[in-house]
Design a protein around this ligand. Structure first.
Ligand SMILES: Nc1nc2c(ncn2[C@@H]2O[C@H](COP(=O)(O)OP(=O)(O)O)[C@@H](O)[C@H]2O)c(=O)[nH]1
Ligand SMILES: [Mg+2]
Length: 293
């Protein structure tokens, strides 16, 4: 449904309008603040977060999922974020190939970006761009992020449903799963289930989840073979998005956006120039320097 967004039209039925709005927001072009302030969310489209290590099969999974969702007549937007390669378009190209099946699908809008700014983290831009997609009237928004550092924790602040994708690496590796993942995952996906040791890995993961008293399902998939995807689609369809959860997510979003604003006039180049000058003083002290700013 075309929503009235100030005087800028953003409509899932018109991908050009969506692309234009995203570019505006991504680059802080004139009018983007106004655009964001006037976003109107006609429907409450769930944001599905898919996170996990590079090469786990996230893009392949997204491709499979797109088939399931669009088969039911849903319009889906995908935001594929790869902060591991800010200067390398290789992985973005990879996403494109992996999701190629859907590139010309009239119901699928795909945007790849390498986040700038915080290393491995989701930038406030990601939040804003996701909101543009929500306002455009898509039925589902899928956000793929590489799980490095903080980003997999932060995806939970952005997504209504978070999938953590893991690959079998041998039974004992399970212990190395960061405990933080347990808090953010609404479901685990053990992909590459065609690999040896996948069953042991998935069972160990299930045991670990049970020991912590958590109720997080563990799905097994072979994304490259389109296997196990129906269960994921069913989980999405039945997921309940609670309102208390929402408050927490919105607070998390607000915190990021405020952070971005406060930092807006801080330039790293400028900082470096000033520091280059200041360190000529043998008594240079970084803490005193920062305090003076
Ligand atoms: N053996 C196997 N390979 C897979 C599976 N799913 C994805 N792959 C392959 O793993 C590689 C990385 O996949 P990709 O979707 O780009 O991973 P991403 O970095 O997590 O997005 C590709 O070569 C895929 O074809 C799977 O279930 N089994
Ligand atoms: Mg990918």
């Amino acid at each position: 449904m075309p929503a009235k967004q100030s005087n800028i039209k953003i409509d899932a039925a018109d991908f050009k309008s969506v692309a234009r709005a995203l570019t505006m927001v991504e680059n802080d072009l004139k009018g983007s603040a106004e655009l964001l302030k006037n976003l109107h969310f006609a429907k409450n489209a769930p944001v599905i977060g898919i996170t996990g290590p590079p090469g786990a099969g996230k893009s392949t999974l997204v491709n499979d999922l797109l088939t399931r969702l669009t088969d039911k007549g849903n319009k889906v937007a995908v935001l594929a974020i790869d902060p591991t390669s800010p200067f390398n378009f290789g992985s973005l190209l990879g996403d494109r190939i992996r999701m190629a099946q859907h590139f010309n699908h009239p119901y699928v809008f795909i945007r790849s970006l390498a986040t700038r700014g915080s290393l491995g983290g989701l930038s406030a831009k990601t939040i804003e761009m996701t909101d543009v997609l929500r306002a455009a009237g898509f039925d589902y928004i899928v956000v793929e992020t590489v799980g490095v550092g903080q980003s997999e924790i932060e995806i939970a602040g952005l997504a209504d449903i978070t999938f953590v994708v893991l690959v079998p690496e041998g039974g004992d590796e399970i212990q190395s799963i960061k405990s933080g993942l347990m808090e953010i995952a609404d479901a685990f996906i053990v992909n590459k289930a065609d690999r040896e040791g996948a069953d042991i890995f998935a069972n160990n993961l299930k045991k670990m989840v049970q020991q912590k008293g958590a109720e997080i399902p563990v799905f097994k998939t072979i994304a490259s073979g389109n296997r196990g995807i129906d269960e994921i689609a069913a989980f999405i369809a039945s997921a309940k998005i609670s309102n208390t959860h929402k408050g927490l997510l919105l607070a998390e979003k607000a915190w990021k956006l405020i952070g971005q604003r406060r930092m807006a006039d801080v330039s790293k180049t400028d900082l470096q120039n000033r520091i280059n000058e200041a360190i000529a003083d043998p008594d240079f002290n970084l803490y005193a320097f920062v305090e003076k700013l």
